[in-house]
Design a protein around this ligand. Structure first.
Ligand SMILES: N[C@@H](CCC(=O)N[C@@H](CS)C(=O)NCC(=O)O)C(=O)O
Length: 260
């Protein structure tokens, strides 16, 4: 299988983080350069007609797009650890949480960034700065709601880590481009979820270690690189001589970044 992904784009990152959590190491990552509009070309559109990443190409040639659909497929293939719910009831509640995060937080952030950030002008034409700023305001209102939610529960969907936390993480990191950080807004529970609660989860640390973030606040970030799931993901194809892949994977994951 091949996952078509793009550096810094939040939706493909949702899938790659999902893969990290599950320790999925046998999917090739293919970088699509959005700035060069590679995704608008004929070749990529034949796989993803709406010209969006991510897209998962199956071994039989069929292509799945839409982040949640890709994750559903991977959850079926790799059920452990469960990230989307056991049984219909838990699945429904996790889906509700994930869609709330996606449609209110991630979409608002994406609209704000796409319409105000000069770096996104290549993808968003025309940019409507006023719309972008008003979306930014709405993001703050929505983030406040999530902050209140997290005052009463540990994770976005309730008592355990799920796909909704991955979506929220990707959204909040992308919000750095609109200069939003929960702590600065006084959203202390959201900040705590972001910077403290995740330290108990081994793979959150892996995201950071594998991106070359030298994190002094989170003790679990000292985990050796070779034991992290992302390392396996990047390493597998390069062993098979696909150094171009390795370069792409490493440039995605070793980019210095800050989550919170
Ligand atoms: N609904 C899609 C959205 C995918 C999406 O918007 N991807 C962005 C990157 S995060 C993209 O491909 N943008 C390219 C463009 O807008 O031209 C999903 O859930 O996967």
């Amino acid at each position: 299988m091949k996952l078509y992904t793009a550096q810094r784009a939040p939706n493909p990152r949702r899938v790659t983080m999902f893969m990290v959590e599950k320790g999925i190491a046998n999917i090739d990552l293919v970088n699509v350069d959005l700035n060069k509009l590679e995704h608008k070309g004929k070749v990529y559109r034949a796989k993803s007609p709406l010209a969006k990443v991510p897209a998962l190409e199956l071994d039989d040639g069929r292509v799945l797009t839409e982040t949640r659909a890709i994750c559903t497929y991977l959850e079926g293939l790799y059920p452990e650890p469960n990230l989307m719910g056991e049984g219909f009831e838990e699945r429904a509640f996790i889906e509700m949480a994930d869609r709330r995060v996606e449609w209110s937080l991630l979409l608002g952030i994406a609209n704000s960034v796409r319409h105000t950030h000069p770096g996104l002008a290549v993808l968003e034409q025309p940019q409507f700065a006023e719309f972008g700023h008003s979306q930014g305001q709405k993001v703050i209102e929505v983030a406040q709601w999530f902050d209140q939610l997290l005052q009463h529960q540990a994770w976005m969907a309730g008592p355990r880590f799920t796909i909704a936390d991955i979506t929220a993480f990707c959204a909040i990191e992308f919000a750095r481009l609109m200069k939003f950080t929960p702590g600065k807004q006084g959203f202390l529970a959201l900040q705590a979820w972001c910077s403290t609660r995740h330290k108990t989860v081994r793979n959150f640390a892996a995201y950071q270690v594998d991106r070359g973030l030298s994190c002094t606040r989170h003790t679990s970030c000292t985990m050796p690189l070779s034991r992290t799931p992302m390392r396996r993901l990047a390493w597998e194809p390069s062993r098979r001589g696909w150094s171009a892949f390795a370069t792409v994977a490493l440039s995605i994951w070793h980019r210095p970044t800050r989550w919170c």
